[in-house]
Design a protein around this ligand. Structure first.
Ligand code: FAD
Length: 142
């Protein structure tokens, strides 16, 4: 297996996506990803998504293509797609760490970015890596 991660951001088509609809996405993701040996996290804040998908290169690539076509979000932007030595979120078929805006603003290196009201949809590769690191190590893991 060629272990790879794919990280993207997008905007929810419905900016006020309900908890119920978010749970629908998470339930389906957990079910499908478990079968496909895909792990990762999904974040949602201010109408934007940030997702990390980890697994076999081909599986992750195909899954990203499918997700990108989902009408529940738009402006799907692939930020990182590269080989990795090990998974960062191996225990989660799709984790959903609940993070507040205040907590986002407190992430070292990203306080300015989130403090200015930016959302995940404005991230680029460098900041995506910083966010990934924060979630790899942060207290949201608990
Ligand atoms: P089905 O569930 O049978 O769906 C068939 C078709 O209907 C698909 O094209 C699907 O996109 C569409 N569909 C289903 N429900 C809805 C709905 N409520 N509104 C609009 N269209 C709908 N899937 C994963 O497997 N793993 C993930 O990690 C993952 N992450 C996602 C993250 C985001 C932000 C979003 C928006 C979706 C994500 N999905 C994920 C869902 C993914 O886009 C597909 O909907 C899902 O994988 C399809 O599952 P299925 O092949 O079993 O088909």
């Amino acid at each position: 297996m060629e272990l790879t991660h794919c990280i993207y951001c997008s905007k929810a088509t419905d900016k006020n996506l309900s908890r119920e609809h978010l749970e629908e996405i998470l339930e389906k993701s957990n079910h499908n990803n478990r079968d496909a040996d895909v792990t990762g996290i999904l974040l949602f804040d201010s109408g934007a998504f940030f997702q990390v998908l980890e697994g076999d290169k081909r599986v992750v690539g195909d899954l990203f293509k499918k997700i990108a076509l989902d009408s529940r979000h738009q402006d799907v932007t692939k930020l990182i797609y590269e080989p990795i030595e090990q998974r960062s979120f191996g225990e989660w078929s799709m984790g959903y760490p609940k993070v507040t805006r205040k907590e986002l603003e407190a992430i070292p290196g990203l306080n300015d970015f989130f403090g200015k009201g930016n959302s995940f949809a404005e991230l680029e590769e460098g900041r995506a890596k910083q966010l990934l690191e924060a979630f790899k190590e942060g207290r949201w893991r608990a």
